[in-house]
Design a protein around this ligand. Sequence first.
Ligand code: ZN
Length: 460
Amino acid sequence: MKNHPMLSEIQMQPFRMHLGDKKIYSQALMPVRGPLGFRKLDYEFVNQINPKEIIDKIIDHNFNSFGLVVKDTDGATIANTKIGWNPTGRDLVQEFSDICEKKNIVFMLSITNMNDAYKGWQHPETVCVHIKDGKTHKAGDPGMHPEGEMRVDLPEGVTLEEMQKKIPFLTDKIDEKTGASRGSRGQGYIPLTAFHCPRSEHIDYMVDLVKEIASNYHVHGILADYIRYHHGYRDFCGCERCRTAFAEQYPAKADKILKCKEWDQFRMANIVEYGRKFNDAVKSVDEKISTSWFNLPGPRIYSRKLVSQDYLGLTNVMDSAIPMNYPYLAGTVDDGKKWGRLGNIMHWYFQKNMAHRFKDYGEDASIYCITNSVECNAEEMLKSCIGYDYGIGIALFKYYGTKEDQWYACKLYGGLLDQQKLGDRPPSREQIREILRKVYEKYPPKVIPRWRKKELKKLA
Ligand SMILES: [Zn+2]
């Protein structure tokens, strides 16, 4: 794409300092989401994970970095923790950290912050409070709502009541059917989700947990996920603490909370303040551990008014930003032409949007993108890999659910990145087509792309 922005030397500095001259090529694992995509919540599965096998596969496929989601939106912390909740009993962080250190793999941890279903069940008083009535809630209610992605299966012989003892935030509502659209691919019992108030004790809990994790393990980076408000409720948080703080800062607007832009500024400042605390918690343990914050880049109205992330503000308090560019989660051609077109439009939009929003992150912002290798095909994945590499490389999401042909494509792409240096432009469209020719020979594609059809015609 024309106008593909590239990071300046200053912007790449934190990566160069921490990780050297190589481009970063990362694969990510979400242990509680089961063996396929990311639509399940499954604590039993955590105990089947084999870290050695996983890191061997990562290395064999030319990745040089690995990201583990130690705490997902359910709230479980898959580590040895005195502060957090670990329903699995397993300490995957120690196991992965040991292997990564031995094998010289960059090791990053992702921690979900404001969204924590277990803590919502345990401490409803720290959950964000609704200011106005909605379809399923009243003003003043804590904002606990059905989770959008994760679903729970009952293993044979296990009743819902037994499962609810293990997962106390699991409802008796069930999603029976799956569909092709992004929001309809889950199936099973529906857990709740809970976004917490940035002035509540949840913040102290998180800061202590982040410190504990930073202290106990050898990691290169700690990444803050869900460092934001719920995208669907601009009326969070209307608790006494937040209302009082708002009224003190903006006395003239205290009775117009939802109708003024100061409310958005107030919410963005709350998140930046949390980002500062997260960063301080990590750096108080070890200055060398880098910090990052995740964001779903969309239009400004989405980041400012809904999730309330101040890009420049967060950049100023943390080392780097991780935009999550998942265009082909919107649709893949493997589900039909209509879905393929939707994915392509999203990919086009995301690239334009990133170019457009680059300056929002700030002139010295390090930007390292993550894109999806699940729920799309090999070509869509590789197009994303080159579309969102601004000089540092690319991260993929996620280990489980990436198909065989995609793994092969990953390996060949990793071979290319391995020859590149930090700051190099991403591989070209022709280079990824060369990879795809090899992939399609071994694994014929579900839908043959037009460029390949043309080539095959010429050859015939
Ligand atoms: Zn509040």
